[in-house]
Design a protein around this ligand. Structure first.
Ligand code: BGC
Length: 475
């Protein structure tokens, strides 16, 4: 508690000077609103402190004896090399990580060209996300079979990259045990099992469907690999979408949990689990606590729940409900939609923060939510969205700064130039998220010059490229 007050009172933060967001709010209302929002505003010093805590957790996660209990899992991926651009051939990619499941046919050609020959999106019904594991894998195999047929690929045996964006203990490139589900998934009989095996069994059950060797990757790794195919200085992959996470190339000698001292290996940090041992309790707001408590997985992925698209809208909703109950908004009248969990979607935040049309969008959204609003209400809602998305961007920056500073120290460099491959709807679709994150990075990692390489579909394509690198390196 003491710590919380100390950090929140520091006024030197140059990250929070968004006066534009205050426009249209009378001073007396503004001062009341600010009391609700203050716990979300983390000073530069606090972000440095968050980064220092994560630094310690990265070391715990890599340790031989400490990794079992570490909240940040630091999972070895068995990806030992980034692409060198010479990889070629036809590959299949499966991408499962959110409400959509995708199948792709990718061709890697001369001059680092990645051609998407075809793709198909299948929506995963909500009931399937929490149903039987076998049903989920059968569905994936059905989609794959349908895709192969439509692309006239039936009868061919192509190598397959499988992007599975959940925390997995990877034993080999094609053996990977799911630790636990995240992002609203809770299928039975998958946790603790090898997901590559489950996939192969489901495909086998289809009888007339065949695949070649499988390379399994997390979406962060897929993103790093697909950006690395074009820009060889890419050594970090980051996702800020439904969930959040990052991977990076670590020196093998520091990965104490596995044998070997030479070269590097890509580590899937699973930074979403940061705070699961209560190490972030002093910066959690009452709204974060509520979001966690009412989630399908309480106590799991606390950091992710402060940052990612699955939760941001709900945090905003809870703040708005509280302000309305306290008669600061909508003349104290909560509509049915505003009172219902999940009804304030994260995409509303992006729409409300659009530089030109934001206020207009806010008014439309509030009307659709059945609220009776005035222009001050719309401005307050805008400020709430801005505050919560800014906290998300700043926390991501604190985590990313920890990684780049670590790489710089590992290599004993005064200055590091590196590229981060990024994907995820929050980063790509929110109008100011990337600039807020990059501004914070300049403060938190001043000795690192970072290029952000954003690409769509990167995790799927990256899985195909990983399959290609694995093929290139195979004895
Ligand atoms: C998962 C990660 C994944 C991230 C982004 C998290 O919930 O645990 O494995 O990389 O979401 O999709």
């Amino acid at each position: 508690m003491q710590l919380k007050e100390k950090y929140l009172k520091i006024s030197t933060c140059s990250l929070m000077s968004n006066t534009q967001a205050n426009d249209g709010i009378p001073p007396d209302v503004l001062s009341k609103v600010k009391k609700y929002l203050q716990p979300f505003q983390l000073s530069t010093e606090m972000l440095q402190e968050v980064s220092a805590r994560l630094r310690k957790d990265l070391i715990r996660g890599l340790g031989k004896h400490s990794h079992h209990k570490a909240p940040v899992k630091m999972l070895p991926t068995f990806v030992r090399a980034t692409p060198d651009g010479t990889e070629k051939g036809d590959f299949l990619a499966l991408d499962l990580g959110g409400t959509n499941f995708r199948v792709l046919h990718v061709r890697l050609e001369e001059a680092q060209k990645v051609l998407k020959m075809g793709s198909q999106i299948c929506t995963i019904p909500q009931a399937m996300m929490v149903g039987k594991g076998e049903q989920l894998f059968n569905y994936i195999a059905t989609c794959l079979r349908h895709f192969l047929k439509s692309q006239k690929l039936k009868g061919q045996t192509l190598p397959l990259g499988f992007t599975f964006s959940f925390p997995c203990e990877q034993l080999e490139i094609d053996k990977s045990i799911l630790i636990h589900w995240t992002k609203g998934f809770k299928c039975s009989e998958v946790e603790g099992k090898d997901v590559v095996q489950l996939l192969k069994e489901a495909i086998h059950r289809k009888r007339d469907c065949h695949i070649g060797s499988v390379a399994m990757v997390n979406d962060t790794v897929g993103t790093m690999m697909s950006c690395g195919y074009i820009d060889q200085s890419c050594e970090i992959g980051m996702i800020i979408g439904t969930g959040t996470n990052a991977c990076y190339m670590e020196e093998m000698k520091n990965v104490k949990r596995i044998e070997g001292e030479d070269g590097r290996m890509c580590i899937n940090t699973e930074w979403g689990g940061f705070g699961d041992d209560r190490s972030l309790a002093d910066i959690l707001t009452e709204f974060d606590v509520e979001v966690d408590k009412t989630s399908i997985s309480p106590g799991v992925h606390i950091f992710e729940k402060m940052i990612s698209g699955m939760y941001l809208g709900e945090i905003v909703r809870l703040v708005l409900v509280k302000m309305t109950k306290d008669k600061l908004l909508f003349k104290g009248q909560i509509s049915k939609a505003l009172g219902t969990p999940g009804q304030f979607e994260t995409k509303f935040i992006s729409e409300i923060e659009e530089p030109d049309s934001g206020l207009e969008n806010a008014m439309k959204i509030l009307t659709e939510l059945g609220l009776v609003w005035d222009p001050v209400d719309a401005s307050v809602v805008h400020l709430v969205c801005d505050t919560i998305s800014s906290r998300s961007a700043h926390l991501c920056a604190a985590a990313l700064a920890t990684l780049v500073n670590r790489i710089r120290n590992n290599r004993k460099l005064d200055h590091l130039e590196t590229t981060v491959g990024v994907d995820g709807t929050v980063y790509r679709k929110h109008p100011t998220f990337s600039s807020k994150l990059q501004k914070a990075m300049r403060l938190l990692a001043p000795q690192c010059n970072i290029t952000f390489f954003v690409s769509e579909d990167s995790s799927g394509k990256g899985a195909a490229i990983t399959a290609a690198v694995a093929q290139r390196l195979a004895p």
